[in-house]
Design a protein around this ligand. Structure first.
Ligand SMILES: *Cc1c(COP(=O)(O)O)cnc(C)c1O
Length: 383
């Protein structure tokens, strides 16, 4: 029956039922590390909160439901969730990944897991032939991120899944930028969908949390073994906050998309703006793929002012008053960022510019405020 819930109901009811103790409609914050046993092993399914906690379990069921998957796992952060996926692998195994990956993911792969003997290949995934060419007998996993940050490239999940299925490789998709409101990677053949729930799922910039959702029982068993053995689990309060955030995901996303479109179109028509990166434009190189796999185009976009350099871009960002200059994205409030000196500062300038992250690029996470106020703010900041 769960499986049949439509998305806008799954966000509220997926895997949830009133608490058996007192009928609490929201799952209580079970702020406990351990559980009373009547005799060794005699317990109600909970022994120790690293392994299981009722609030976290409620969240994990919700996560599975909104991604149209069977099993959800919650972690202390998005990167902790990725860390668990990488621990499925053995030294000598190889991973193929998107070349314009989230900076923290790139750091985890290259600075941590390369040291444990994993090998990573970073390729432009819009060209499926390049992905196939990078596969060898040691390849075990393909890691996709779509849309990408901050260039808003869109990768065809079904096309990559056709390759992984044929070769018996694992396909993981970082679905943070889209959220399951816009796309459900498991439906396109992915094996693992990962989220930084810190962003759209939590949605209020008040929690750091990560998640994985899978369909395969064996994969679930291996990942939950790692989750318990490595221990990067979220606490009950953070699980509760994320669960509360998810309940309004569909209404927030609808407004993020509306506002994102209005801001993208405003900027594209502005004489002082040279380029706007947003997958909803017909001129976006991956627009057809975006249309095929996404329900709408989201509230993330990047732009370049005409003739701007590093200093001019910073000045516009500093002039903004309703858009807050900050890291992160996906909250109800609008944020602006400067990728070259913030999220992508650790990537050498030449490397950065190869993927389009020039010094004049500005990234916006368009929130759910009144869009007229957002546009007015941009108008005065651009001048
Ligand atoms: C933020 C982010 C992450 C990392 O998640 P944390 O919750 O910050 O650990 C991974 N991928 C993407 C696309 C992100 O935006």
């Amino acid at each position: 029956m769960e499986k049949k819930l439509r998305f806008n109901s799954a966000t509220i009811h997926g895997g949830q039922s009133p608490d058996p103790a007192y009928g609490a409609v929201m799952p209580p914050i079970y702020q406990t590390s351990t559980y009373a046993q009547t005799t060794p092993g005699g317990h109600k399914g909970f022994e120790y909160s690293r392994t299981h906690n009722p609030t976290r379990q409620a969240l994990e069921k919700s996560l599975a439901s909104i991604e149209n998957g069977k099993h959800g796992l919650a972690f202390a952060s998005g990167l902790a969730a990725m860390d668990a996926v990488m621990k499925l692998l053995q030294p000598g195994d190889e991973v193929i990944s998107t070349n314009d990956l989230y900076g923290g993911s790139y750091r985890l792969f290259t600075k941590i897991f390369e040291g444990f003997g994993l090998k990573f290949h970073f390729v432009g995934m819009n060209d499926v032939a390049k992905v196939e060419a990078a596969i060898n007998e040691n390849t075990k996993l393909i890691w996709v991120e779509t849309p990408t940050n901050p260039m808003m490239n869109v990768v065809d999940i079904a096309a990559i899944a056709a390759i992984t299925k044929k070769r018996d490789l694992l396909l993981a998709v970082d679905n943070t930028f889209a959220s399951p409101y816009l796309q459900q990677p498991l439906n396109f053949g992915a094996d693992i969908v990962m989220h930084s729930a810190t962003k759209y799922l939590g949605g209020h910039s008040d929690v750091v949390l990560g998640s994985l959702v899978v369909n395969d029982d064996d994969l679930q068993e291996r990942l939950s073994f790692i989750q318990n053995a490595s221990g990067a689990v979220p606490g009950p309060m953070d699980s509760f906050l994320t669960l509360r955030g998810i309940k309004t995901l569909h209404v927030r996303m609808q407004r993020h998309c509306e506002n994102g479109r209005a801001v993208a179109e405003y900027l594209a028509a502005h004489p002082k703006i040279e380029k706007v990166y947003w997958p909803g434009f017909h001129t976006h190189p991956n627009h057809e793929v975006a249309k095929k796999q996404m329900n709408d185009f989201g509230g993330m976009l990047s732009f370049i002012p005409v003739g701007a350099d590093h200093k001019a871009a910073i000045k516009i960002i500093e002039n903004l008053t309703m858009f807050t200059l900050a890291e992160s994205l996906g909250g109800v409030e609008s944020l602006a960022g400067h990728p070259a000196s913030m999220t992508h500062a650790s990537i050498p300038k030449e490397e950065r510019e190869k993927s389009g992250v020039v010094d004049a690029l500005i990234r916006l996470s368009v929130g759910i405020e009144d869009v007229n106020d957002l546009i007015k703010d941009l108008e005065q900041a651009i001048g």
